[in-house]
Design a protein around this ligand. Structure first.
Ligand code: PGA
Length: 246
């Protein structure tokens, strides 16, 4: 069986280099013996060069490979630092930086050229969920992000289902709803590409994951791993989540 993918998204934390190194080293030590999970740590850009020994991911990127783009970081620069993954389309970036599906699509294409793997985040807001708009929102986000992305590249793309109402709220999505949402995403991929690709697509769940609920998603949520925010900042908690993968 394929390994579960457990991704720690540190967001804009911690606030010092010292704490970042301590967190990274504790995670590295804690998961040394783990066999059933592929673990990716996504720290803020500024800490990426400090870490060795675990797979690294970035939390965002720009859609050009170099040039006059003040404040931005290119896929090529990340790749050169041995970063393997990039999280794209996170709801916080969509909300705070007005990132659109079109921009996400450009970023995905540039990342693929730089041989980076993507974790594309999609998910509905709470009103959309209540108004029965989930399927529509997921369809728009997935189609928009993957416009003209060739099927041969899809092995480099993982989709994270992150309902906005579950992020950082403690109101995690039920296992049943996670399963239905993962199925909706597979159906969209089957329509855009084909069934085989949809079946093999890696889907993660993210939103208030902790060590008490992680195992249930992996066992019965129809997903291939987890995208962990808040709980990835506590090494003990994150290690327990990784260990819940088996
Ligand atoms: P959370 O965040 O685990 O703190 O809810 C998940 C995410 O935003 O990736």
């Amino acid at each position: 069986m394929a390994k579960y993918l457990i991704v720690g998204n540190w967001k804009m934390n911690p606030s010092s280099k010292k704490e970042a190194v301590k967190l990274f080293e504790s995670v590295k030590k804690g998961i040394r013996a783990v066999k059933n999970a592929e673990v990716v740590v996504c720290p803020p850009f500024v800490y990426l060069t400090l870490f060795k020994g675990l797979t690294l991911g970035a939390q965002n990127v720009f859609y050009k490979d170099e040039g006059a783009f003040t404040g931005e970081i290119s896929p090529q620069q990340l790749s050169d630092l041995d970063v393997e993954y990039v999280i794209l389309g996170h709801s916080e970036v969509r909300r705070e930086l007005n990132e659109t599906d079109e921009v996400i699509n450009r970023k995905i294409k540039e990342c693929l050229l730089a041989k980076l793997k993507l974790i594309l985040c999609v998910g509905e807001a709470s009103e959309e969920n209540e108004n029965g708009k989930k399927a529509q929102v997921l369809e728009k986000q997935v189609r928009g992000a993957l416009e003209k992305v060739p099927s041969k590249e899809m092995k480099n793309i993982t989709i994270a289902y992150e309902p906005i109402w579950a992020i950082g709220t403690g109101k995690n999505c039920s296992v049943d709803e996670t399963m239905t949402s993962a199925l909706l995403i597979r159906k969209i991929i089957a329509r855009l590409y084909n069934m085989g690709l949809a079946r093999n697509l890696r889907i993660l769940y993210g939103g208030s994951v902790n060590s008490s609920n992680s195992a249930q998603y992996l066992e019965s949520g129809g997903v291939n791993g987890l995208l962990v925010g808040g709980s990835s900042l506590d090494a003990g908690e994150f290690v327990k989540i990784v260990k819940s993968a088996g």
